[in-house]
Design a protein around this ligand. Structure first.
Ligand SMILES: [Zn+2]
Length: 117
């Protein structure tokens, strides 16, 4: 069985460039089970064109989306903490030379500055 696209979720094209069609299995082992198949594979079934069960493809797709989601969440966390660090450094820079009571006004100035940009 050709399973070279195992971890690529829902396939749209075969390696040969042809579109993928959904068929329904009529075998005894997998009755009514849907599968993706390269559109020319019926004529050329010796060439190992794309074949993939639809349910397996969906599971792959969900796993892939889950991995993307995790990666994006990590990126947002990184951005958030580096932003916090930058703001903190800016505030520290200013509070070193001024009274602690001025922090609030410095923060609002920082906000205004970022809005003007
Ligand atoms: Zn093909």
């Amino acid at each position: 069985m050709a399973n070279m696209n195992k971890n690529e979720g829902i396939p749209s094209r075969c390696w040969c460039g042809k579109w993928i069609v959904i068929y329904v299995s009529k075998t005894e082992e997998n009755p009514y089970r849907r599968f993706f198949r390269c559109e020319i594979s019926l004529q050329r079934n010796k060439e190992n064109h794309l074949f993939k069960w639809v349910d397996e493809a969906l599971v792959d797709e969900i796993q892939r989306m889950d991995e993307d989601q995790t990666r994006i969440t990590e990126e947002i966390e990184d951005l958030r903490s580096s932003m916090k660090k930058t703001v903190h450094e800016e505030v520290m820079k200013h509070t070193n030379s001024l009274d602690v009571g001025c922090v609030a006004s410095i923060l609002s100035i920082l906000c205004l500055c970022s809005k003007c940009d």
